[in-house]
Design a protein around this ligand. Structure first.
Ligand code: OXD
Ligand code: MN
Length: 586
């Protein structure tokens, strides 16, 4: 009873602050009426229901198309607890600033209250949240991305234990846009953005920033990782988690279709998750993972029947498209990379008339997205609802690097793996506002998502490694994006990435050789199967080549980066860096 009070009290407080005209509770039912309302208001366009049943198009404000990292804050009492990896403001100051902005922000609007569950309902991994929002688009997206039901509402009421997520699109003012996290209070306040990563608060804000903080305190990990199961011809499934920065192909890897020669041998891939993994040490001492999400919020451009046929099949039903081209010929959607025949009668992501054969500008925004339910994915893992998750054999990290990082290498041991992951760098993409193509260190692909000081986060990783001991998954680094002198990608990527994961898993099973190099353990070109693939050996050699001079420059950047964490950086990692420097100078 008292627990139920917590929810009621919090909602009453939000009503008093935001002053909506009415309040609607969301339990997953009756959403058709909301869809109709959104269509009437012009927030959604119903697409051709014969070709794309259950699909809708949304266009966001032009200044609101990506995560706003400069507007994202971690508000801990002590500034050092947020760390140099986060923008910080004192909680009382941020609360005061945002209280003024939320005051009356929902006048003339409806407030939606959405109790939701991250992770399978009833799983020991799972966590509850409640998002308050004034956006139907957010309600409909949250309904795809999280678990929402009468049972979840009951659970939230009965336990009173939930992350408080307050969101208003308010005026969409860029100047007053804030995505503020209060890890010490289990609270998130987001205002003036309707973009997924800023507004669907179950995703980055809760499942990564708040959850990473909870995970540190409770002894588990919340990571920016896909989870896939690789079934070998003997029918055994081994699971891999892989972390890549935003828009570096996690969704494509999570949904990969094995190359034909592998299919013929009986290989299959099962997708558990494409973006976030929550990992715990199981009773058997191994690392187990669940996907806290219930759908996919994927980058659309480039998705086609070659790059990701599974995604294409999934998004032909029950999907919300955001900021793609509206093809007026048949009331469907189009984006760059879908086909070679763009519509001539189109409306671009900005809402302007657009002719794909004559226009110089892209029709879909580079960070345009689909939101689609996991249940529609043809290769959805049967383990996705398993409350205990799946056991993880390997942790793979990767970035987008034109040179420097080779196609694949393995860490010597867990601590070395933490070092590799903490210093991994990648070129920025359109998933965040700001310049594209700038190389930056993005530790564990979590730099924009870690809800506390990353020095402490590295220490937590090392601690997890110690607890896991011999049961720890092996750690690898991959780079699908290496280019040759002509600037073209050397590696074909997509389904062919299975060839690399095959080596990774063989290493985990002690069945593949590796050579010791200054940066870690690497395959010989002959250790990577190229059966059925037209890839000259010289290319594979180039992909696996390590340029010592580039790595010496790289270690200088690592040193600068580590310094920014001051005494919060674990000594073990300084030792690992010195070890790498020594090996490079030999
Ligand atoms: C995402 C991101 O949306 O990383 O997954 O930006
Ligand atoms: Mn992501």
């Amino acid at each position: 009873m008292e627990e139920n009070f917590k929810l009621k009290n919090w909602v009453s407080w939000a009503v008093e602050l935001c002053k909506p005209d009415n309040v609607v509770w969301i339990d997953g039912e009756g959403l058709d009426a909301l869809r109709e309302e959104a269509i009437e208001k012009g927030e959604l366009i119903r697409l051709n229901q014969e070709i794309l049943p259950g699909c809708y198009l949304h266009r966001s404000a032009i200044n609101d198309v990506a995560r706003s990292e400069d507007k994202t804050f971690i508000c801990t009492t002590a500034k050092e607890d947020a760390g140099p990896n986060n923008n910080w403001q004192a909680p009382e100051e941020m609360y005061a600033r945002l209280t003024a902005l939320f005051d009356g922000s929902m006048k003339g609007r409806t407030m939606y209250v959405i109790p939701f569950c991250m992770g399978p309902v009833g799983s020991p991994f799972s966590k509850l949240g409640v998002e308050i929002t004034d956006s139907i688009y957010v309600v409909l997206n949250m309904n795809i991305m999280t678990r929402i039901s009468k049972d979840v509402t009951k659970l939230v009421k009965n336990t009173g234990d939930f992350v408080k997520c307050l969101h208003s699109t308010a005026t969409l003012s860029l100047d007053d846009r804030f995505i503020a996290h209060f890890p010490e209070d289990n609270a998130i306040w987001s205002i003036n953005s309707g973009y997924g990563g800023n507004a669907l608060l179950g995703k980055k804000c809760f499942a990564l920033r708040i959850a990473s903080y909870q995970a540190k305190n409770e002894g588990w990990l919340a990571e920016h990782m896909l989870i896939i199961g690789i079934e070998n011809p003997q029918g055994e499934v081994h699971y891999v988690c892989a972390a890549f920065p935003s828009a570096c192909g996690k969704t494509n890897l999570a949904m990969l279709i094995p190359p034909e020669v592998y299919q013929e041998k009986g290989y299959k891939v099962w997708c558990v998750g494409d973006d976030i993994a929550w990992l715990r040490i199981g009773e058997d001492g191994r690392l187990w993972a669940i996907n806290p999400e219930n759908g996919y919020f994927g980058v659309v451009p480039g998705t086609n029947s070659v790059t990701n046929p599974n995604a294409l099949a999934t998004i032909s039903n029950d999907t919300i498209f955001t900021n793609v081209v509206h093809n007026q010929d048949d009331n469907t959607v189009w984006w760059e990379g879908l086909s070679k025949t763009p519509p001539t009668q189109g409306i671009n992501w900005k809402g302007e008339q657009w002719n794909g054969t004559t226009s110089q500008e892209k029709g879909a925004h580079p960070n345009s997205r689909f939101t689609t339910p996991a249940k529609n994915l043809p290769i959805l893992s049967p383990e996705v609802e398993n409350p205990n998750g799946v056991p993880i054999s390997a942790l793979v990290f990767g970035g987008r690097r034109a040179k420097t990082a080779p196609l694949v290498y393995q860490a010597r041991d867990f601590n070395h793996g933490v070092f590799i992951a903490s210093t991994m760098a990648s070129e920025t993409t359109a998933a965040q506002t700001g310049a594209v193509g700038v190389t930056r260190i993005d530790s564990m692909a979590m730099k924009p998502f870690c809800g506390y000081n990353m020095g402490d986060y590295f220490a937590h990783w090392l601690d997890m490694g110690e607890k896991l001991g011999d049961n720890a998954p092996k750690i690898f680094n991959v780079n699908w994006f290496r280019t040759g002198d002509n600037g073209k990608f050397l590696w074909p990527g997509y389904g062919e990435n299975l060839r690399i994961l095959e080596w990774v898993l063989a290493r985990c099973e002690g069945e593949a050789l590796a050579i010791d190099t200054p940066i870690g353990l690497m395959p010989n070109p002959d250790d990577i199967s190229t059966e059925g693939l037209d890839l000259p050996k010289e290319k594979l050699e180039e992909l696996l080549h390590v340029d010592k001079n580039l790595w010496v420059d790289e270690t200088a950047a690592m040193r600068e980066y580590y310094k920014s964490y001051g005494d919060r950086l674990p000594k073990v990692l300084w030792d690992e860096l010195s070890g790498l420097e020594n090996r490079l100078h030999l």
